[in-house]
Design a protein around this ligand. Sequence first.
Ligand code: ZN
Length: 340
Amino acid sequence: MKDKIVEMLNKGLSDLVSKTSSREIEEVRVKYLGKSGELTAILKDMKNYEPEQRKEIGAIVNSARKELEDKIAEYKAKFEQEEMDKKLKEDAIDVTMPAKNVRIGALNPITIVQNKIINIFKDLGFDIYDGPEIDFYEYNFDKLNIPADHPARESQDTFYIDDKRLLRSQTSTMQIRVMENSKPPIKMISTGKVYRGDELDASHSPIFYQLEALVIDKNVTLADLKGTLDYLAKSLFGSDVSIRMRPSFFPFTEPSVEVDITCSKCKGKGCPTCKNSGWVEILGAGMVNPKVLDNCGIDSKVYSGFALGIGIERVVLGLSEISDIRILVENDVRTLNQYK
Ligand SMILES: [Zn+2]
């Protein structure tokens, strides 16, 4: 028996020599010293021996176990250290390496101006509404008092989807939706893309951005509109600009006005941008046509209101050196980076 134990111990010790990792060492430990290990099995057999023998064999087994355990621990420590060193080496970060060049984006000037105008109206207490780009004829034309034979309805000017829906040609669609769904007083703006059948050139695009404002309450007058426009123009272009209103015609407002501001390039003296007039047109506005109020279930005998619509691209051109709106949609990062 004693020989058998010594043989087993030697076999265990020689097994260790050929191993190359802490995991393999652990396998050796399980093979000899684990619950079903070979040396453990001898201890389990002890009950079959006489007490005298039991004592002797027990001592030999325990001493063999101890020797093997010590050796295993020694190998395990050695491999674990090696493995740790290797892992640290692999995971090491070279802090002297050049950093990756992270490119930070910039907002398109259209978005910058849009946000600026939104904030001006927010400060004045306007609510902001977002609306669908695909809308009904009803909201884009009928309820805005645009007659059936109006040129804007021609299919070369408007993108029709089916016999009810179109790509909205103005954000005024949202005025109707808001008037139908809320009671005055109303102070709202809505902004987004609109679509028209224009060829793309330096000053036209089939897709462009509008921002629409609407105020409905008792006793709203043209003076309120003028005050709002003046505040808007000064907030956007600086306190030294003036505005002027010229009579115009839109089906959804009565009276209607085109609004000009002092040319920012020549400060009103006259230059090519303003065609030597000293004024640049920035938006259309007017008092909401009573028919439009009635179309939306608001009593035009009690309430009045004003509306204005701004072409965002036009404001961008007025505030920047950009003179061709195509530059705004080309997404050239060199352009965008200039407006960070
Ligand atoms: Zn000018």
